[in-house]
Design a protein around this ligand. Sequence first.
Ligand code: FE2
Length: 378
Amino acid sequence: MTTETFGRAESLKIVSAHDEWVQSLGVPIHEGYFIQDLRKLELGPWAERECNAAFLRLAGQEGVSEARVTEIPPGKTLPKLKMGFDEIVYVVEGGGMTRLWANDGSHERTFEWSDHAMFRLPRDCWTQLSNMRGDKAVRLLHFNFLPVGMAANPDPDFFINNPYDNPGLLGEPGEETFSKAKEVHVAEGFYPSKGVMYYYWSGNFFPDMKEWKDLTPLFGRGGGGRTVYVVYPKSKMTCHMSVFPSGSYKKAHRHGPGVIIVIPDGEGYSLMWEEGKEKVVVPWQEGSVFVPPNKWFHQHFSTGTVPARYLAFHSPKQFAGQAETIEDRAKDQIEYPDEELAVRELFQEELAKKGLATKMPEGAYLDPEYEWAYTEEL
Ligand SMILES: [Fe+2]
């Protein structure tokens, strides 16, 4: 056997360091295209973390992002934990408290949260999560880029409970770094031609994504959708939440892997497909999670009685998908006049099953530049 053929054969057997670590834990791993309801997902014991948990390994994660679910029993506090990476936590259900501190006990921060909250656990500080209620378990969805980190250093001890300390991430003493997020306006926006200032929210704690009202029209993506963009201070992680009315749907688009989508409210479905291939239907409701695979088109349809909300945790910038020219970017979105007729027919059928009718304006199917009036209260 030559060195070259041996190298190839061996490299085919290599499992990513993160996959290897997750498999070694014996915690349930859920695969497929989507999770229907995180509130009912089967979990199993994770002895070291003293809780029940499960990992998601959905088709589109593709070794980029980690998603896992943790349950905290009523009244219980989990063991303290330090992570060498930022982590976003979404509260699927339940109420509790987060405590953060530096190695020497300084910079202590505590904040309470309840259903549909979202917060960041900063890297390199001690974190501890408690269930504040005596009658109901907490379920949390955790999101991070650990698989990318472990590709560079496969030793989990480098990332978990490493003594390295960075108290500056918790803010200066007395600074309210975990109170309400701040609105940040950016003069150079996505849509200056429409006279709309682009802005995002910066913060570590968002109390309720199901009730969040500060949204701005997402021109160009259709469906009457509005969005909030979120950045986390001193972190490279970002997310956004889109809200769009019942009876409407967004344009199909595609990008890179690793974007995890969770539904805080609404009902509907998404289509996901590789160009020229059969479409996968992903039904969703509150508590659903799905991940569009790398460069697969995906399109979101709202068929409930209330506006649909989806919260998308972004992958690292370098996985977003690159485009050299405007023409390339145009290839990554399908305008309504160019979409297959079957797409809107399925939407009408799905609405009819619920006694609802489409609210898609006729003009949207005629003019690729069509824009919603954004007068409807969401
Ligand atoms: Fe997307």
